[in-house]
Design a protein around this ligand. Structure first.
Ligand code: SF4
Ligand code: SF4
Length: 328
């Protein structure tokens, strides 16, 4: 089958599977993109995320992931739902991406089906796909595939749907027609840099994980305390942080997702400190089964709630972030 015909089939199949955007890149090794990533690692901006510093050769060269690779299919899965956080005492905000089911549950089965579609037309083809699960520079592939540009907040931004989406990447030995990258449309805007409460965006598109609330409330091991300069600027976030996306003007183009599994479970976009305190392990496991929130573990959620309460500046009692609870 000719590459252009196969490319059309792959694109349509991705959209039929419910992906919001699809783009294709040639599987050339990265040069300056991988250099910038390596520099980010060398500066220690990956904090304690040691896995990000491993397999740099595979990140740079897709041939080391899939011998004979020719093309990279990048998909975007919109997760925006038209709900907002409740502004009330005694609760912590959950990041929008974690309101519903874990994207690791939603995206890989769709990528498997996309892979089957390719194989049904070209039986000898080999595919490997990832969604935040391997040594893959997903954002850089998304830029190459024309999904969007990397904004100053570090996220990939689409002029069509904003930035509330997950990425999936499929390497294939099939020859497909690549897309062209889009330009950078941040322009002179600095809204995300200005709004970040912990100054984690240290340069355009460069986020120091060690200063980022998302790192501290999701990725940092539960037995590690959140440093006071971070804790005192949590702005009510108990799991993740959406501030630099909330303020991005491109998110005025957000659209509600058709994927119901990303709707807030029980309509909840926050967690009460009382509930966090009262959880027993069984209940926590059941409630957050197939949810991203389980990543921080019950102890991590308690650590976050305690940091929110303790880090709140004097006189702020009653502000969003809740009432102090000594037992937390
Ligand atoms: S997620 Fe929050 S803390 Fe992290 S860079 Fe964005 S605004 Fe800053
Ligand atoms: S807030 Fe402004 S600078 Fe930041 S990513 Fe969005 S457009 Fe770019």
């Amino acid at each position: 089958m000719e590459p252009d015909e196969l490319t059309g089939i792959v694109r349509q199949a991705a959209l039929d599977l419910g992906f919001s955007l699809v783009g294709i890149a040639s599987a050339r090794p990265f040069g300056p993109e991988a250099d910038r990533y390596d520099e980010w690692i060398q500066l220690g901006y990956n904090a304690a995320l040691g896995y990000m510093a491993r397999n740099g050769d595979k990140r740079r060269d897709p041939e080391l992931i899939l011998p004979g690779v020719q093309s990279v299919v990048v998909v975007a899965q919109n997760y925006y739902t038209p709900h907002e956080h409740e502004e009330q005492d005694g609760v912590g905000k959950i990041s929008r991406y974690a309101w519903g089911d874990d994207y690791h549950e939603v995206i890989p089965p769709k990528l498997e089906r996309l892979s089957e579609v390719l194989r049904s037309h070209v039986p000898e083809v080999a595919n490997r796909y990832y969604t935040d699960t391997g040594p893959v520079l997903e954002k850089q592939w998304a830029v190459r595939a024309g999904i969007g540009w990397q904004g100053k907040n570090g996220n990939i931004i689409s002029r069509v749907i904003g930035s509330w989406f997950f990425l999936g990447v499929m390497f294939t030995t099939a020859r497909l027609v690549p897309d062209s990258p889009v330009g950078d449309f941040c322009g002179t805007c600095t809204a995300c840099i200005d709004a970040c409460p912990t100054d984690a965006i240290v340069a355009p598109s460069v986020v120091d994980a060690g200063k980022c609330l998302s790192y501290w409330t999701i990725e940092a091991k539960p037995d590690v305390d959140i440093p006071l300069p971070i804790a005192s600027n949590m702005q009510g976030w108990v799991f993740g942080c959406d501030i630099c996306q909330d303020v991005c003007p491109w998110n005025r183009f957000r659209k509600p997702t058709a994927e119901e599994r990303f709707l807030p479970r029980g309509g909840e976009t926050t967690l009460s400190f009382r509930a966090i305190e009262d959880f027993v392990q069984e209940e926590f496991s059941a409630r957050f089964r197939k949810s991203p929130v389980k990543r921080t573990k019950m102890a991590g959620l308690r650590r976050n709630a305690a940091a929110l309460v303790k880090g709140r500046p004097p006189g702020a009692i009653g502000a969003n972030g809740g009432s102090p609870d000594e037992s937390l």
